[in-house]
Ligand binder design. Sequence first.
Ligand SMILES: O=C(O)CCC(=O)C(=O)O
Length: 245
Amino acid sequence: MISDEMVQAYRRDGVIVVPEVLNQATLARPIFDEIVRSPAVIDILSKLIGPGLRLHGSKLNMKSAQYGSPVEWHQDWAFYPHTNDDILAIGVLLDDCDLENGPMLVIPGSHTGKEVWNHHGEDGRFAGLIDPDLIQDEIKCAVPCMGKAGSMSFHHVRALHGSATNTSDRPRNLLLYEVAASDAWPLMGVKDFDEFDSRLLAGGSIISPRLTDVPVRMPLPPAKRQGSIYETQSASKKSYFTRAA
Ligand SMILES: O=C(O)CCC(=O)C(=O)O
């Protein structure tokens, strides 16, 4: 795994890169795939947006104790508009979550609006967040998604949400899966059809997307630092939540 030359290089340079300490199978963390494909989760998804289901994406939002960053108010729909909005995100609580460790805050009913909120900045580029001054009334209605570790929230792709800094002395780790009805096709396009279909969770391949009357603003031109939601939102001069010093 590590040669004598590498040991010497470490002693000489103080730094080395050891290739492939973990193999691809370990890195792929099949447990994450197993969770979203588990019968209990598929049963809930089928009732909410099924029967055909496709994983759009997944990520782990980690908020460390006394620090973990806020996520500014946004709709996931602004990031990945589709031909219809039968799409949701699952939030798997990996830690017990309460008001102090930065729960996700969701504004009930906000997913039914006729318009899509503007997520662009003054420079005309996608900013991944809504100007908080424009949604003061909505913010007052926000409810926290709290529970014991192992609980899961499911929020509609057009639901307005955000989350505050973790001010507690406990971590708050949230595993997110974005799941679409399999007949919802991403308006940004499908680059690799086989890869697209490999993400089917239930039902077969679909090549006739279902089009519904949904309000859309494309997330273009991309943000200056387009990347994770934290990077995408970082260009904005406005913020609602207070950051740790
Ligand atoms: O981590 C959170 O609390 C919010 C996550 C979120 O809204 C997102 O990543 O889209």
